[in-house]
Design a protein around this ligand. Structure first.
Ligand code: ADP
Ligand code: MG
Length: 687
């Protein structure tokens, strides 16, 4: 069976993987053989130095080699648990196997095995009560052992064995993904070899080297995409008609406030782009509520004055509708034709709309991914505006832009990204920053509250809700387990709904719900059908509910600071003063408390992002899961700056023909843009 195993085979075809194991692996996102290859260890255990009982002290973690002498029982909590007597050359020890009854069938007398753990002394004897073990059979490994993220029913040993099987039979089939002369120039081993050694590293040094090699390749691929896009862009001469300024003038007159200095500065950067021949490719970064949308409206008006069409895209239906409504309001009396498109617009209505777009009877179309659809065509699309950029990748942006000729692109993001990171993530975009908030915001107070005082918070919420306001309760996404994650929010929901807020309407929202379900609940919350929304971090994206004034974030120590900052941006959006309560878990230490204090004292998203980067690494800011990159790349992104620069330089030179052979370059680039890795790389980074 294994002989015909392919990268895209379903995992149930792997030797030793039955349907039930396959199903469990699916829960980890592993569906095809290739997924296993890229399922990198989350950690390692260094088992190279065997120790003996005599050599070690109480509490010292080590690897031992034992033989089972005898089995017995120990009574604890009214139950029997196996007590296993073992020996090495230097002494005797006991293993207390609490809640691990199965061990009595595995560690039978005479069995040799390795044990990883530490003992405590009880009387004369060392006792191991929590430990890992590995049978001393042919598969036992004493090197540096990978530790994977697991799900119930899958053991480390099983997963290691499966991954090893797959790598042994397929690692030499992995295609190279960077040009050969570059790979060899840096003495980088074949791709399969790199991946194999990341899973099963022969030494710590080699592990570091292989991670670097792997990271470089990923950076190179992404920078290649960026360099290709940039070099294409440079050649373009976009025809720029003079704009009358008439619409903007009208709009300015209507506007009930003055633009901030930062908004004006960013607008002039945009205008420079919109008047130069190369298409615009710009990212506006600014905190939630800093006024990015208004700036993008000014950009849109310029296109309209030139008789060109604008597409405005948001990641979800509810956000798109929100934008649609506010754009309609902003632009009423300006005689601008605005329409809405999402997958919920169907049938005749959709056909009519598509036709109008094609004829040029629509000036601005606001919508979701539906705008990508093949049947959606424009008369003269000239500007694409994308909100909440982190949801879209480079390729997706490209797809929408291709619906026009040399389309300008303006991306808005509320995730402040420190400079070191933005180059990796948005290498193809010029960046403008709105670093000033409009005057006169009532704002949000942030408090850090001990778990023991949570009742005071409940009382406060009751008071606010009784006065007609609404509240969010937020629970962390538990990375290790999607199941736990839902449980966390679900249990809290039950508790809050039944025990604490039984006289109010409470709703639950979590990440496992479908896009439609989530939209529906958000919409209902917005319509005040509920007073309280219990949610995992899915509310993060910019739904505007000005009536919500309280946010309670439990287990707050599990969140990144930027993450919390984004979340609290959901409140304080109306005319009411708002309150954010951060409640660390009982188990959280002083350190966590201090970290959260940063949020009490500053409201500047960029400063907060920098703290995050310092304290927890970049994973929090860009979202590990979302980025899809192996976490070792993300965790080391700061250290990897040098690699990123090198990859960028190499990629540019390669695309511009300064290195390599013309013919080989063409061949490589042609196959590169067809490849899965191209798609993957562009999703990783742009998305
Ligand atoms: P963002 O898109 O950055 O989250 P918006 O553009 O949606 O921010 O603006 C948030 C709110 O602030 C909107 O109600 C908007 O009308 C208002 N606003 C924008 N710019 C200003 C300004 N310069 N002065 C006062 N209010 C502003
Ligand atoms: Mg916004």
């Amino acid at each position: 069976m294994n002989m015909s195993l392919k990268l895209n085979s379903e995992i149930r075809y792997i030797k030793g993987v039955g349907p039930s194991t396959a199903e469990k692996l699916n829960r980890l996102g592993i569906e095809i053989v290739e997924d296993l290859i890229y399922y990198f260890p989350r950690d390692y255990e260094d088992r190279r130095n065997l120790k003996t009982l005599a050599e070690t002290d109480e509490g010292e973690k080590a690897t031992f080699h034992f033989k089972v002498i005898d089995q017995g029982y120990i009574r604890f909590n009214g139950r029997n648990h196996p007590k296993i007597k073992v020996t090495d050359k230097t002494g005797i020890a006991y293993l207390y196997c609490f809640n691990r009854n199965y061990l009595k069938d595995i560690l039978v007398p005479g069995t040799s095995f390795y044990l990883i753990g530490k003992y405590s002394l009880k009387g004369r004897y060392p006792i191991f009560s929590s430990f890992n073990y590995e049978l001393d059979d042919n598969n036992a490994k004493l090197g540096i052992i990978p530790v994977y993220r697991l799900t119930s029913g899958i053991s480390q040993n099983l997963l290691r064995k499966i991954i090893k099987t797959v790598l042994d039979s397929l690692s030499d089939k992995l295609k190279e993904e960077i040009p050969e002369f570059i790979r060899k120039g840096y003495k980088i081993p074949p791709r399969g070899e790199i991946i194999k050694r990341i899973h099963f590293p022969p030494s710590q040094r080699e592990l570091r080297r292989m991670r670097e090699a792997y990271s470089y390749q990923e950076f190179f691929k992404y920078q290649l995409i960026v360099a290709m896009a940039k070099s294409k862009n440079k050649e373009i001469k976009k025809n720029r008609i003079k704009s009358s300024g008439e619409l903007r003038e009208k709009f300015l007159k209507k506007l009930p406030f003055k633009l901030t200095n930062a908004q004006n500065r960013v607008l002039s950067e945009i205008d420079r782009d919109l008047d130069s021949p190369a298409p615009m490719n710009r990212l506006i970064q600014g905190d939630v509520g800093s006024g990015k949308t208004i700036v993008s409206v000014f950009a849109a008006l310029k296109a309209l004055e030139r008789n060109e069409q604008v597409a405005f895209m948001a990641p979800t239906e509810i956000l798109a509708r929100q934008h649609y409504n506010s754009l309609k309001e902003y632009l009423s009396d300006l005689n601008v034709k605005i329409e809405f498109l999402s997958s919920s617009v169907k049938g005749v209505k959709r056909k009519e709309l598509v036709l109008k777009l094609l004829k040029g009877d629509v000036d601005i179309i606001v919508g979701t991914h539906a705008l990508f659809s093949d049947d959606v065509e424009f008369r003269n699309l000239s500007l694409v505006i994308i909100d909440e950029q982190q949801k879209f990748g480079v390729l997706q942006r490209g797809k929408l832009r291709q619906k026009g000729k040399h389309t300008d692109c303006l991306v808005m993001s509320a995730t402040p990204i420190p400079r070191t990171l933005s180059m990796t993530l948005y290498g193809d975009l010029d960046v403008s920053i709105i670093d000033e908030m409009p005057q006169g915001r009532i704002g949000t107070e942030t408090h850090i509250v001990k778990q023991a005082e949570i009742n005071k918070v409940y009382d406060f919420v009751k008071k606010e809700v009784s006065e007609g306001r609404q509240a969010y309760f937020i629970y962390p996404v538990i990375e290790e387990s999607a199941v736990l994650d839902v449980k966390n929010a679900t249990e809290s929901f039950e508790y809050l709904n039944n025990e604490i807020f039984s006289e109010f309407n409470v709703a639950l929202l979590h990440g496992r719900m479908s896009e439609e379900e989530k939209d529906k609940i958000m919409q209902e919350f917005k319509d005040r059908k509920y007073d309280i929304l219990v949610s995992t971090t899915v509310v993060e994206v910019g739904v505007d509910i000005p009536n919500a004034t309280v946010m309670v974030i439990e287990q707050a120590e599990r969140f990144g600071l930027s993450n919390i900052h984004q979340l609290r941006g959901r409140i304080g959006r109306g005319k009411y003063k708002s309150y954010c309560f951060l409640i660390p878990d009982k188990s959280a230490g002083r350190e966590a408390f201090n970290r959260l204090m940063i949020l009490k004292h500053t409201n500047d998203g960029f400063k907060i992002a920098e703290w995050d980067l310092k304290l927890r690494g970049p994973g929090d800011i860009i979202g590990k899961k979302q980025a899809g990159l192996p976490s070792f790349i993300i965790d080391d992104i700061d250290i990897n700056t040098k690699l990123i620069y090198r990859a960028q330089k190499d990629a540019r030179k390669f695309v511009n023909g300064e290195i390599g052979i013309e013919k080989e370059r063409e061949l490589f680039l042609n196959s590169f843009i067809q490849s899965e890795s191209y798609k993957r790389a562009s999703l990783y980074f742009g998305g």
